[in-house]
Design a protein around this ligand. Structure first.
Ligand SMILES: Cc1cc2nc3c(=O)[nH]c(=O)nc-3n(C[C@H](O)[C@H](O)[C@H](O)COP(=O)(O)OP(=O)(O)OC[C@H]3O[C@@H](n4cnc5c(N)ncnc54)[C@H](O)[C@@H]3O)c2cc1C
Length: 415
């Protein structure tokens, strides 16, 4: 009987683990099965390019739950088990080893995978992608040997690993990026330049407006060829050129995948078009009323909050996912939190407030006369709370007041 089947979660990252936790917290007494293709129990990924890469955080601290938590909560954790098929008619998940796991309700939290460069030399030793604990273990070893590091891609992972390679391991670091500034698509040129300056102050070199065409070397990488034909010598290469959502299971089972955002389409309850199948975390594209479109968010807080919300929805609770996108990073002495959303280039201006040079400021992205996104750097007393209030108010702001540190942020609202 379908109704006797367990609640099954495919994907043992943060979203999946938090969903399992929530099912138990909400009093669900049926079987819960969590299917993970990795050997490790669920862990958090942000430390992989920060604290754990730097050696400041112990391996034991990255896991979402203690090892014995799963047994204590009667969550059946299947590690090293890849789900290869989804039979929606039979309500079964097929595993790589041929087992079939029946489900009453199913949650897909399969996350995303690094986008791979399809260029010559991509398979050489010393070319690193960072998504899993094992990747960071390998990278730590390579960086500890020192030498020249070339980072491909000035996105979050590229910049965080560049900071670690430079500040902790003392490597010579060059970042290659086709856009004119780091973080161009996500923050725009104004803030991209703030990050470029920060890295330059720490001795990182940039090759901006430059693409990569080949990794040179025999068995091991020795250089990175750029699109002007020159070769940057490299002992270690780190590639951070984005991620793509793991939607194969859903797509092969006939569930809708959004052409623009690339994720499994869900409604505000994080439910797919199949009433017994839900999706959360990096893999899900959910409707945002605030921005009037589907969003797919590849950030920690979306997994942390989306997994639990999907679990509540699976239990029949009347819930809706309305969280604003949120992101944080740590690089050298810069700690930042960002909230909101805009399409690449989709804002009219950026308002700065505070001490940009001294790395203690807010910035706000404004479209028309409304704030659509904002961030703070090192202003932890108030954090992003005031930014969220401005965005959620959907009211016009007085940008002169917004820039003026003697006026409380909330008082910049015109309404
Ligand atoms: C190095 C790094 C640093 C980051 N730093 C930050 C940060 O500073 N701030 C921030 O906000 N966000 C950060 N992120 C993003 C954040 O970690 C992700 O948004 C978050 O991990 C998403 O969680 P998830 O549970 O949706 O997916 P994932 O963490 O990707 O977990 C999905 C799991 O499902 C498994 N899986 C996939 N397919 C199958 C299958 N068919 N069968 C079984 N298992 C399967 C995957 O192997 C994986 O273990 C970082 C990400 C990385 C990689």
């Amino acid at each position: 009987m379908v109704s006797d089947n367990p609640y099954v979660i495919v994907g043992g990252g943060l979203a999946g683990a938090k969903a399992a936790e929530t099912l138990r917290e909400e009093g669900f007494e049926g079987r819960v099965v969590l299917i993970c293709d990795e050997r490790d129990r669920p862990y958090e990924r942000p430390p992989l390019s920060k604290g754990y890469l730097l050696g400041d955080e112990e391996r034991s601290s990255v896991y979402v739950h203690e090892e014995n938590w799963y047994a204590e909560k009667s969550v059946e954790l299947l590690t090293g088990s890849r789900a290869t098929g989804l039979d929606r008619g039979a309500h079964e998940v097929e595993l790589e080893d041929g087992r079939r796991v029946g489900y009453a309700k199913l949650l897909l939290t399969t996350g995303s995978s690094p986008r791979r460069l399809r260029i010559e030399g991509n398979q050489l030793d010393g070319v690193n992608y960072v998504r899993r604990l094992g990747h960071t273990d390998q990278l730590r070893e390579s960086l500890a040997a020192g030498g020249r590091v070339v980072v491909v891609g000035a996105g979050w992972i590229g910049l965080e690993t560049a900071a670690a390679a430079r500040s902790k391991y003392g490597c010579e670091v060059t970042v290659v990026e086709p856009q004119p500034t780091p973080l161009h698509a996500v923050l725009g040129a104004e803030l991209g330049n703030v990050f470029a300056d920060l890295h330059r102050k720490h001795g990182v070199g940039f090759r901006l407006g430059t693409g990569v065409t080949e990794f040179t070397g025999d068995a091991k990488v020795s250089g990175v060829r750029t699109d002007d034909g020159s070769v940057l010598p490299a002992d270690v290469v780190i590639v951070g050129v984005g991620a793509r959502p793991n939607t194969e299971l859903a797509a092969e089972a006939g569930l809708a995948v959004d052409g623009e955002t690339g994720g499994v389409v869900v409604d505000a309850r994080l439910r797919t078009e199949d009433p017994d199948v839900y999706a959360a975390g990096d893999v899900a594209s959910f409707p945002s009323e605030r921005y009037g479109r589907l969003l797919r968010v590849e950030h920690w807080a979306n997994a942390l909050n989306g997994g639990p919300l999907a679990a509540r929805a699976m239990l029949g609770q009347d819930v809706a996912y309305t969280d604003l996108p949120y992101f944080f990073t740590d690089q050298y002495d810069l700690g930042m939190e960002y909230t909101g959303w805009f399409a690449p280039g989709g804002y009219d201006r950026v308002i700065m407030r505070g001490d940009v040079e001294g790395l203690a400021f807010y910035s706000f992205w404004v479209t028309g006369d409304r704030v659509v996104a904002g961030m703070h750097v090192n202003l932890w007393d108030d954090g992003v709370g005031p930014v969220q209030e401005l965005i959620n108010s959907e009211q016009p702001v007085d940008t002169a007041k917004l820039a003026d540190t003697s006026v409380p942020i909330a008082d910049s609202l015109k309404g």
